[in-house]
Design a protein around this ligand. Sequence first.
Ligand code: SF4
Ligand code: SF4
Length: 427
Amino acid sequence: MLKIGHEVVRPGKHLGDQPVTIPVPEELETVPGIPLNDREVDWYAREYPLESINFTERASRDWANELRDTHAEMREIRKEHEKLNRGLVLAGRATKRMEPTAEPTGEDVSRQIKDKARELGFLEVGITAYDLRYEFQSRKGFNELPHAICLAFEQDFEPTQTIPSVDAEIVHSSTYRTQAAAGLELGNYIRSLGYMAHVIHSGDATGPMIPMHVQAGLGQLGACGYLLTPHEGNRCRLMMVTTDANVTYDEPVDYGIHAFCQVCQVCVNRCPGRALMRDKIWWRGLEKNKLYFKRCRPVMARYLGCGVCMKVCPVQKYGMQTVMDHYAKTGQVLGKGTHDLEGYTLEGKGYFGPGEMPVFDRDFFDMPTGTIEEYAIARLKSQAQASGHITQEMLEELKADLERSQDIDVETRNRMMENLDIDADYI
Ligand code: SF4
Ligand code: SF4
């Protein structure tokens, strides 16, 4: 039995459930939340503000969507989701200017807001300051309220275990919609307490949400790039409601995950694209396992959104309390090396059990990179170098892309963020 350094007590999974106690072995103790150098975070935010990859990597996004749309079933599912989701995104935006519907009493309403959030089905809720340092450049000014109510909604267990699959894609999309509707209800409730509430749909995120969710104590960042929450690990979707209500901030928590991921490494070992880094690096002032985007997106685009890194995470499958208990007693990672945890099937490629990995040709990872302009100019250069001259056809292709890129004004950039969650969930 390993020596327990501290215990984390968290509310039970559902409102009214008994609290759970998560033992954190001494050898896994690091810092609450995430190791962070505030001066570096400040500097990067000022000198190199974040921007959505839906803009900076727009060329690959369009390519990925075209590729995904060749899958007939997924094309219909995506269309249906976009149709249903659009109204929820717009309803969230409309809350920005909605006035409170009652006079505030002046009392601290943190408990009431949290209980309401849990009653509405949110798995985790915490409150922290809205941190401008994690805003995308193109979203600056979108939120004007000082406090962030950080929320996580569970994604159903069964379909998630079939990742990557059509069923998993359906539940992934529907979870975003269900939590968006619950978020709108929470906004109504906060207004009824006498305060403003801006409901920010996950597809309308103002930046990566994980840093504020970590700060609010909802979990810690896993090596997979997702937030690992106590009850369901990374099997949840995130959103935020900002407010000017009288609230108390929560504190970040050391669940032991920062160190545990370096022992576990299941997602790193199982990622079909080998897109997850084994070792942590310092990135924009935070210490983390960085995702190698150019190896991830081709897999996501070709294999139903992939998500193997979610499916194979033991915290997702068994919960943090069970995983940490097991580790404390045995020094082993629960489920590691089993087909049940590590196995997955890639459509058209077959089943891969523990130790087995798909092999892809080199050109599997080829995809357009950068913004539309950057990609269009790079393509012209390489075409010209290959053929020794620039043809009218090449120039026409360049012109078409540059015109398309000009159409991406701020409003279009906002709309671009409605589909892909990668920005919202990853740092
Ligand atoms: S989504 Fe797939 S390819 Fe991307 S990091 Fe996760 S496991 Fe790897
Ligand atoms: S699979 Fe293991 S290494 Fe990856 S996020 Fe989950 S706990 Fe961390």
